[in-house]
Design a binder for this molecule. Structure first.
Ligand SMILES: [Zn+2]
Length: 148
């Protein structure tokens, strides 16, 4: 049946005081609501939209966060190697220029009395010296393995 024909049919058989609407779950179906506040075709469609809409949003945010954490790890690895796997200290400005974002970390960690921020494989701590911001980088003893 063509969309136009279907619409006519729906309108002719419409005894509901409400106009036909499109279900926003993504199923593309058009229906006539039974109640003024009805948004989805039925509860199945409502649940689908709720679960998928939310899940999609969460996974998108998660992907962004994970990607930045991996980027942070890669940048720290670079500095860590440059400092021959000893204690690495970098200018925060240089790290930022590489794409490092201090606001992405997965937890806090105390190491020798100092508070570090934790990523997957590294710990970092920003501090100030002579008016310049520096970031200290150390490798975690216990790695957090993640799927890449
Ligand atoms: Zn639907």
């Amino acid at each position: 049946m063509k969309e136009k024909e279907r619409k006519i049919l729906i309108n002719e058989t419409n005894t509901s005081p409400y106009k036909e609407i499109r279900c926003p779950c993504g199923c593309e179906s058009v229906f006539i609501p039974k109640r003024r506040d009805q948004v989805y075709k039925n509860s199945k469609h409502a649940n689908f939209a709720y679960n998928n809409g939310k899940r999609k949003q969460v996974s998108k945010n998660q992907r962004v966060a994970e990607s930045q954490l991996r980027k942070n790890d890669k940048i720290m690895e670079k500095y860590h190697l440059f400092f021959h796997n000893k204690l690495a200290v970098a200018f925060s400005l240089n790290l930022a220029a590489d794409g490092f974002d201090q606001s992405f970390f997965i937890g806090n960690h105390f190491e020798e009395g100092l508070l570090y921020k934790k990523t997957y494989n590294y710990l970092f701590r920003e501090y100030e010296k002579d008016g310049r911001k520096l970031t200290q980088i150390i490798k975690q003893k216990t790695k957090v393995y993640v799927k890449r």
